[in-house]
Ligand binder design. Structure first.
Ligand SMILES: [Zn+2]
Length: 96
């Protein structure tokens, strides 16, 4: 297909500024057509979706890591509560 007409990215951007209350269209050139709408490289819905999904995966992993860390700290606290401060100070894990 020969592209004769120049397209503009149809992604509406909201800056939150008072003069831009309705948002404005992205000024980039549309290079990808999705469902009859044109998008620039940055706003390519497929890429945006992929990026969001990657972010979700990352967040889920971080949530999991945080949970495990908290669970570990909690377990340590419960274990140590039976021990005196003096005992903990003299029995710190030895450096390897
Ligand atoms: Zn754009």
């Amino acid at each position: 297909m020969v592209q004769t007409k120049k397209h503009q990215c149809e992604k509406r951007i909201y800056t939150g500024a008072r003069y831009d209350w309705g948002g404005h269209l992205c000024s980039q050139k549309g290079t990808i057509e999705v469902d009859g709408k044109w998008y620039c490289v940055i706003h390519n819905p497929v890429k945006v979706k992929e990026k969001n999904e990657a972010k979700e995966v990352k967040w889920a992993r971080e949530r999991q890591e945080r949970k495990e860390k908290e669970s570990r700290l909690d377990a340590e606290r419960h274990y140590c509560v039976k021990l005196t401060t003096e005992y903990l100070k003299t029995h710190q894990a030895e450096e390897i």
